[in-house]
Design a protein around this ligand. Structure first.
Ligand SMILES: NC(=O)c1ccc[n+]([C@@H]2O[C@H](COP(=O)([O-])OP(=O)(O)OC[C@H]3O[C@@H](n4cnc5c(N)ncnc54)[C@H](OP(=O)(O)O)[C@@H]3O)[C@@H](O)[C@H]2O)c1
Length: 512
């Protein structure tokens, strides 16, 4: 009878738990998670979601990069002052109790953890989310390889010692395999090993100007840059480790991250990060011509990406076994809800015209062309020549000419961006869709990540509002003034356009 009672009791508990709603939330109950890189947009969104929606979590270890300045407690305090945590602070004021902030550096041995922190992690942690990364914009070949490959190896070495580790999650990128057209949710063969990485780092360090372009291109083969190459190698290292260890490994590959759709605040984003900076240039009227094909570009809102990551950890716990190869989930939109750059730019420009920003420097219009030479010509006419004219006027007024320098600065990564705007990739997400189908109704709402249910048209407003307020730093209360200014910018734009057209007509008439 006791046995029957026990079963009944257990069942009741399970039913009660399910009744409370979320299976995924229950999955994280009493678990201890360690996350590297809380400060990126995705990292911040994951930390916020875990603390707000999985409040039964036991502990969250957060790795702050050791910059030698503030104490880790001050670092944590400053971090949680962000508006991203406003709802969390109101809803769960004692959330701090769950957090264990630690200082470390993925570039150093043992990621520079103190002995106590390391032991604590090794004894307790159930899940590791490795999100920290260097990117192709601004980081050198050496720093990309050191952080993305050797840093990943270091954190895996710690993971191997963790006694209670269930799953190691690596945040990769769908473009880790941009040498393929069809990017499937599977592992791909690796073209390099750790020895090559060490050699590349040594060569990049020894040469004053870093690895030569020719040498780099030869090693990278069909990878466009050291970032995508490093992500592919990191995946390989994780898979190798997965087959030998007692924990499960998940490789989660997001595509290009955009501001959040709904949480923690609709449109939440950071300044100058990833593709977001390009859209700032477009909406503020600084970028007017882009060379891009009329094909789907893989974008995703970052909150849906964070939800998909947390859901994939849950999903993998049913599908993966220890000592098996890593489980891969892609998270992209191109196969399910494709959007072209032209469409998303139009949506965004319309929203920006409705609620313009004081920081707009020109009327926002963008000519997107598939033809490189047409783009080149327009670029010279619309961007370079006006910048040179502005600089000329500055010189005449004995002011420092800055327009051309700003243009060069803004287009520093143009080649790399153009590669991604002109390729054709199909990001397969079948496994991710099956995951969404397995989610309960409550979880589909709480951890919304089903791209099939997403509409770009509904996203345009949060996207622009978020860019305006959080990335451009222009609060909505400037709207009336901004509308008046936008009106003037438009008139100025039509006058200059008319002047250019009259000038071109005049030249043509002279030749007829
Ligand atoms: N952004 C995208 O569109 C995109 C697309 C696909 C995949 N991903 C992946 O998503 C993840 C987040 O990307 P992100 O672009 O949002 O990143 P990010 O903004 O460039 O942030 C990189 C993070 O890594 C941390 N970090 C750098 N060096 C470190 C070190 N030595 N030790 C410890 N931490 C260090 C940084 O900390 P500090 O802030 O303290 O410097 C920062 O928080 C990455 O794995 C990336 O590959 C991003």
């Amino acid at each position: 009878m006791d046995e029957v009672y026990k079963l009944l009791k257990d069942d009741t508990e399970i039913v009660e738990k399910l009744d409370q709603g979320s299976v995924i939330r229950n999955f994280y109950t009493d678990q201890i998670i360690f996350i590297t890189d809380p400060t990126s947009l995705l990292g911040e969104i994951i930390v916020e979601k875990l603390l707000r929606c999985c409040s039964q979590l036991k502990k969250l270890y957060i790795l702050f990069k050791d910059t030698g300045g503030m104490t880790v407690q001050d670092e944590m305090k400053k971090y949680f002052e962000s508006s991203a945590f406003d709802t969390l602070r109101n809803k769960i004021p004692d959330f701090y109790d769950k957090i264990v902030p630690i200082k470390g550096n993925l570039l150093a041995e043992d990621i520079a953890l103190s002995g106590n922190d390391k032991n604590d992690i090794i004894d307790n942690v159930n899940f590791i989310i490795h999100n920290a990364s260097a990117n192709q914009f601004g980081d050198t070949v050496k720093s990309i390889l050191q952080l993305n490959v050797l840093g990943t190896k270091r954190i895996l070495d710690i993971a191997k010692d963790c006694e209670n580790l269930k799953t190691f999650v690596y945040v990769s990128s769908v473009y880790a395999h941009c040498n393929e057209i069809d990017i499937k949710e599977k592992l791909y063969p690796c073209s390099a090993d750790l020895k090559i990485i060490h050699d590349m780092i040594a060569a990049d360090t020894e040469n004053k100007n870093g690895l030569s372009k020719a040498a780099l291109e030869m090693i990278l083969g069909d990878y466009p840059d050291a970032y995508t190459f490093s992500k592919a190698i990191a995946e390989f290292i994780i898979d190798e480790c997965s087959k030998k260890s007692n924990f499960r490994s998940v490789i989660f590959r997001p595509s290009l991250e955009l501001p959040s759709y709904k949480e923690p605040i609709a449109g939440w984003c950071h300044k100058d990060k990833g593709p977001i900076s390009g859209f700032i240039g477009i909406t503020l009227g600084a970028i007017h011509t882009i060379w891009a094909q009329d094909k789907a570009i893989d974008f995703i809102p970052s909150d849906m990406c964070g939800n998909a990551l947390l859901a994939s950890i849950w999903d993998a716990s049913f599908t993966g076994e220890k000592h098996e190869e890593a489980i891969v989930y892609n998270y992209g939109s191109s196969m399910v809800k494709p959007v072209t750059l032209r469409k998303i730019t139009n949506l965004l420009e319309n929203a920006a015209s409705d609620r313009p920003s004081m920081k707009m420097i020109c009327a926002n219009y963008t000519v997107i062309t598939k033809c490189y030479w047409l783009w080149f010509l327009l670029n010279v006419m619309i961007h370079v020549v006006p910048a040179a004219i502005v600089d000329g006027f500055s010189l005449l007024r004995s002011k420092e000419p800055t327009a051309l320098t700003s243009y060069c600065e803004a287009t520093r990564n143009l080649e790399s961006v153009q590669y991604f705007l002109n390729g054709e990739w199909r990001v397969h997400v079948e496994k991710m869709q099956q995951l969404c189908d397995r989610m309960s109704e409550t979880d589909s709402t709480l951890f919304y990540c089903d791209i099939r249910k997403f509409r770009w048209e509904d996203y345009a407003d949060p996207f622009w509002n978020g860019l305006r307020v959080y990335a451009i730093d222009d609060p909505m209360d400037s709207l009336i003034e901004a509308k008046q200014q936008f009106y003037k910018l438009r008139i100025r734009h039509y006058i200059s356009l008319s002047a250019v057209l009259i000038f071109i007509s005049y030249i043509i008439i002279q030749f007829i």
